[in-house]
Design a protein around this ligand. Structure first.
Ligand code: DQA
Length: 153
């Protein structure tokens, strides 16, 4: 059976394409999801995508993802504020990859904190349209290798 990956998009990402294209590029969210799907399919993974502007929707989607091997999440600005979303992700048993189009570490100070980074297996940020593809590649490698673990020192 094809393994499922939940791809979550948080607030305002539905406006990609027109929202600050100098920061986020001109691709729409649908285009990013399509690129993620291509990478997923090459690894026998299937992407299920949900975008919501509401924190509770994202939390419930994480809690309902019991059939998924991984969650890839771009939580938008909730990345910097939502301990509740971090708690939900901490309880998820599969792989968690945090993804951003821009590089929050190189932007305003309020974007430097990620509540999600500590509960994710890893984070991919700053590669624009490539970020989603790299995130799916990371998932494919991690689920193929079994239990995700940090590289040996
Ligand atoms: C973002 C970065 C966040 O700081 C911002 O609030 C977003 C998009 C990114 O993909 O670069 O909405 O997650």
């Amino acid at each position: 059976m094809t393994r499922q990956v939940l791809l979550l998009s948080g607030p305002n990402l539905d406006r990609l394409g027109t929202r600050s294209p100098e920061i986020y590029g001109s691709a729409t969210l649908a285009e990013h999801v399509a690129r993620a799907n291509v990478v997923a399919a090459a690894h026998d993974l299937e992407v299920r995508h949900l975008q919501s502007n509401f924190e509770g929707d994202l939390i419930e989607a994480v809690r309902d993802a019991t059939d998924c091997v991984a969650i890839v999440i771009n939580a938008g600005a909730l990345t910097h504020t939502s301990w509740a979303l971090a708690d939900a992700l901490a309880a998820f048993e599969g792989v968690v990859v945090e993804v951003h189009l821009s590089n929050p570490a190189a932007r305003e100070p309020f974007r430097h904190l990620s509540t999600l980074a500590g509960v994710a297996d890893g984070s991919i940020a700053g590669f624009g349209g490539l970020s989603y593809e790299l995130a799916l590649e990371a998932v494919a490698r991690l689920v193929a290798d079994g239990e995700p673990s940090p590289p040996a020192a």
